[in-house]
Every structure is written in C-alpha cells, then in structure tokens.
Design a binder for this molecule. Structure first.
Ligand code: AMP
Ligand code: MG
Length: 539
C-alpha cells in the first residue's frame, strides 16, 4: 500500500522525450488510420486503440531502471494505462514506421509496423535515447488485413526471451512490461482452420532504435532516393556517430559496420542455441540487435536442421545451421538497396567480405571459449569442433547441458577416466540408448583428445571454469518452460512468468536455490508438443 501511495504521489512517467525520428524524417501527410500504401514517408502518426481492461502481467525492473523508472512504477495505474495503450502521456507523439522486406526469400513490398506503435524516444538517465514501443496496440496504416493485436502466449514469449537474451549478453531489444488487454483476439494458431479466441496482450519493448534492413529496402524498391537518403543520414548521424558522414566511402564504412554487428549477433545466437525462426529482412536490426521475437526456439537436442517455425518446416530456410548464411543474404539485400545512393556500387563487395571475415574467426573463437581451450592451429581447431558437432548430432546432445558440464569434466589420463568422461557427458544425450555402440568409441576418442589438450594447456582450473561458465549459460529459456508458464498464465496464474523472468535474468550463475528442473534436459513429453517444439507465425 505504501508502495502504491509513493507511486501515486509523483508522475508515473517522469520522462523527457527527444523524438529524433519524427522530428527529422518525413511524416506521412495523411493521418487517417486505414490500411494503405504510404509513399515518401518514414512513418505515420497513429494513436494506440484503447483496450478493455489493461492489467499488468509482469514488468522488468532492469528495463525500467534503464529508463530511469523505479520498481514501484509497475503499481502505478497511469503506467499500466500507458503501456496498455489506453493513455498517451504529454510529450508523446506516437507513430508507426514504414518498412518493407524480403519474406522467406521473396520481396514482399510494404510491410511496416502493422501492430507496433512507438510512443516516443525517452532520454534515459545515461543520456541514451531509448525508443519505447507497444506491440499489439491496434491497427495502423500498415496492418494490411490483420487486426493489429497480439496474443498473450506470443507476448509472454517475446517478453521473456528478450530479457533472457539481454542477460545472456546477446544484443537485443528489451521488454519493459507485459499487460493483458482484457480483450479477446481471434487466431488460427496452426493455420488449420481451427481458429479460436485467445487473450490479447501488449508488450512494451525498448530499443535505441527499431530501424531494420527493410526500412532502407522499401525506399530503394520504390526508387525513392530522396527519402532513402534522409533515412540513411538520420541513421548515420544518431546511430553511427563514429563514421564521418562526409567521407567519400561513408556508406561502405557504415554497411561494413552493420556487417560486423550482424556477424557477431549470429555468433551469439549459435553460441546459446537460439534459432530466430523468421529472419526476413524486416526482422534484421540495423544496429545488430535481435528483434521481433516470433516463432523462435531454443535447441534442446542438437540438430543443425532445427527450426521451430512450422511455417518454414518444408524448406527450413531459417534453421540453426542456416543462420550465418542468411545473415549474409540479408546484408546483400541491404547493400543492393543502398547502392541506389552510390555512383559506383563496386565497393559494396566489401560489405559481404567483411561479414565473412568477421564471422569465421569470431565463430571459431566463440567455440574455443565454450570449450575453454586456447587457440591452436586454425584448421585443426575447426576440424576438432566439426567432429564435436557430428557427435552432438549423433547422440542428440543438449548443448546447454553439455557445455555447462564441460567445465567440470574429468580430464585425467587412462581408461578409467575415459569411462568416467563418457558417463559424465551422456547425461546430456537425448538419444535413448545413447551413446549408441557406433558413437561410443568416437565420443571416447574425442573426449580423450579434449582432456589431453586441457592437460597440455595447464591453465588455472578455477579461472578456466569461471571463464567457461561465463559463456556457457546454465539457464536458457527452454521452449517447454516458456510453454508451461504460458499455460498457467492462460489460466490466470502469472507466477511462473515472474519466476522464469527471475531465473533467466541470471543465466550464468549456479543459482543453487533454483529447482534443478529449470536447468535439466527437456522432458520427453515436450518433444513434439505444440508450443514446445512447433510454433507458427500466428501470434
Ligand atoms: P513478423 O513476421 O511478426 O515480423 O510480421 C511481419 C509483418 O506482419 C509486419 O509488418 C507486422 O507488423 C505484420 N503483422 C504481424 N501480425 C500482425 C497483426 N496481428 N496485425 C497487423 N499486422 C501484423
Ligand atoms: Mg517483424
């Protein structure tokens, strides 16, 4: 009660805005809110559509702190009204952005914020500008035929996963709050004609910017060099201040930096076993952040062909092993768009070269860090790692468990140690009779080589363990854990969402107080269950 009174006595949102995007970029002159093609404009002013009864499901104290808000803010009614889309605070100038994109390899034309509305760019206590955006806030001119809303299940997934990624050290947008709207939303979850009403929700997500590859593509596709130039100037000015905009190769420098960030982003995804699921060009951030959490998934049993997205089940364009290549493909589409502003597009080849030159060494280093090994001869290291991936696949290894356990692997010499090692790692195998006779000798051989290498490096064991456990999380947002939380929340019990948020907010610690189930193998019942291994774009 005291907390509540304190929150009521001052404005819930003592924010100052610095809306660089709306101030500098061309606005859609039309403000009527109906689906349409929007030309020569970066955005359209639009108000959130009010909802029946916004109530808070969960808030992120960390994301709030970044915006200068105390934990009590989540108790303040005007905060909930704002992040639920029912109140626009003084100083907010809400808008939806125009962008296009390649979806599953095909140019899709204008997409845009069909259900996202940015409320403003907050001046954060550290002087950063942070965009706050409601996802699921109602129709916009970019909604096409859809309803502008989001359902509770996918909103819980976006909220938890973006916070989990942040704490894993993976570049990402964040989530401030999640509210139920009190309205029902119609969704055909598996596009099989069984549409049903589901609870609606709104996530308030935050990012220094939601600019995407598709933001540039839409103007290039329309040969609208004038607007493209404005958006590019804006991007360089505010988001890449280290680049001299007057330099003759400024655009190439910029795209090379985007390539480096994208490469590092994908390396992070591969490190933690995250599969984005919909790496369309509209879902690639120009800042190299993970954005637009939809049918993403975490790999339980290692499978390079894994994609959680049922919409992509046939071609598996966005499977785990394809993410690095898709990063390059998307960068090529971005570079093509920017070539509209260049007399000689030849130097754009550097962008793809930079991506490859960044990704290769960064990936290898990341894998060595996970293994706790010093770099050796490059080709031999790569072959050693490839061999491990083959073993992972053969025994359907839980990579999270494997790597976390690796820091404690017995690295002694001798046959008895071989057996102990095999015993140790087999706790992370899903393949029921693992290791199969076929894999047993290969695993034993690989582990013996690994142990020999660790011995020969003679690093300080405690330091090595800490370093490994700093890159190998104990806790990731396993798909089935999120689904259990969703099932409970759909019954009105939000406690599991809150609990998961706490757990994924400290993923590298041992958390001795946390039930072992949260860091254990995925139970068999979740192997093929909807929501746990299969998701669609319907959200
Ligand atoms: P996504 O695959 O979630 O990144 O979305 C692709 C495009 O569809 C974006 O332009 C979204 O804004 C739009 N979209 C997705 N769901 C909805 C919805 N329920 N209402 C309006 N637009 C949507
Ligand atoms: Mg998207």
């Amino acid at each position: 009660m005291e907390r509540y009174a304190a929150a009521m006595s001052r404005p819930a949102l003592p924010w100052t805005f610095d809306d660089r995007f709306v101030r500098e970029l061309p606005a859609d002159p039309e403000t009527s809110n109906h689906p349409r093609t929007v030309l020569e404009s970066a955005f359209t002013r639009v108000q959130p559509t009010p909802v029946a009864d916004p109530t808070l499901v969960v808030g992120s104290v960390g994301a709030a702190a970044q915006l200068g808000l105390p934990p009590e803010v989540f108790d303040a009614p005007d905060f909930v009204a704002t992040v639920g889309g029912n109140a626009v605070q003084p100083g907010m100038d809400p808008y939806s952005a125009c962008y296009g994109g390649h979806q599953f390899g095909h140019w899709a034309g204008q997409l845009g914020d069909g259900r996202a509305i940015t409320l403003g760019e907050v001046v954060a206590p550290d002087d950063q500008r942070i965009e706050i955006q409601l996802k699921g806030a109602g129709r916009t001119p970019y909604s096409r035929g859809a309803d502008g809303r989001a359902v509770l299940r996918s909103s819980i997934r976006e909220f938890l996963c973006s916070e989990a990624m942040h704490h894993l050290g993976v570049p990402t947008t964040r989530a401030l709050s999640l509210v139920r709207t009190g309205d029902q939303v119609l969704r055909d979850m598996f596009y099989d004609g069984r549409a049903a009403m589901e609870p609606g929700a709104i996530v308030c997500r935050t990012s220094p910017s939601f600019l995407r590859f598709g933001t540039y593509q839409i103007f290039a596709a329309r040969r609208d060099a004038k607007t493209l130039q404005k958006v590019v100037d804006h991007t360089l000015r505010w988001h890449f201040p280290e680049i001299d905009r007057e330099a003759p190769d400024a655009l190439v420098q910029w795209l090379c930096e985007v390539a480096r960030r994208t490469a590092h982003l994908v390396v992070h995804w591969q490190r933690v076993g995250f599969v984005h699921g919909v790496l369309n060009t509209d879902n690639l951030s120009i800042l190299g952040l993970t954005i637009d959490y939809g049918p993403y998934g975490w790999m339980d049993g290692f499978d390079p062909d894994f994609t959680p997205n049922t919409t992509d089940a046939q071609r598996r364009r966005y499977r785990y092993a394809h993410q690095p290549g898709i990063g390059a493909w998307n960068l090529a589409r971005l570079a093509e768009s920017i070539s509209l502003l260049m007399e000689d597009p030849e130097p754009l080849q550097q962008v793809l070269d930079t991506y490859a030159a960044t990704f290769g060494p960064a990936f290898l280093q990341m894998m060595l860090d996970k293994l706790g090994l010093k770099a050796g001869e490059r080709e031999a290291d790569a072959a050693f790692i490839d061999e491990l991936m083959g073993l992972f696949r053969g025994t359907e290894t839980d990579m999270t468990l494997f790597y976390r356990g690796l820091a404690d692997l017995d690295v002694a010499e001798g046959e008895a140690a071989d057996d102990r090692r095999l015993q140790q790692v087999s706790t992370s195998f899903y393949a029921v009779e693992a290791p199969q006779p076929l894999h047993r000798p290969s695993w034993a051989r690989w582990l013996a080589q690994y142990a020999a290498r660790v011995r020969s490096e003679a690093s300080d064991p405690q330091r090595r363990r800490e370093a490994m456990n700093g890159v190998n999380p104990k806790f990731v947002l396993r798909n089935y854990l999120a689904q259990v939380a969703i099932d409970k929340a759909e019954e009105g019990d939000d406690s599991e969402v809150e609990k998961l948020l706490q757990i994924v907010s400290d993923p590298y610690s041992d958390q001795p107080q946390t039930d072992d189930a949260y860091s254990a193998k995925r139970p068999e019942w979740a192997r093929h269950k909807a929501g746990c291994s299969m998701l669609s774009c319907s959200s």
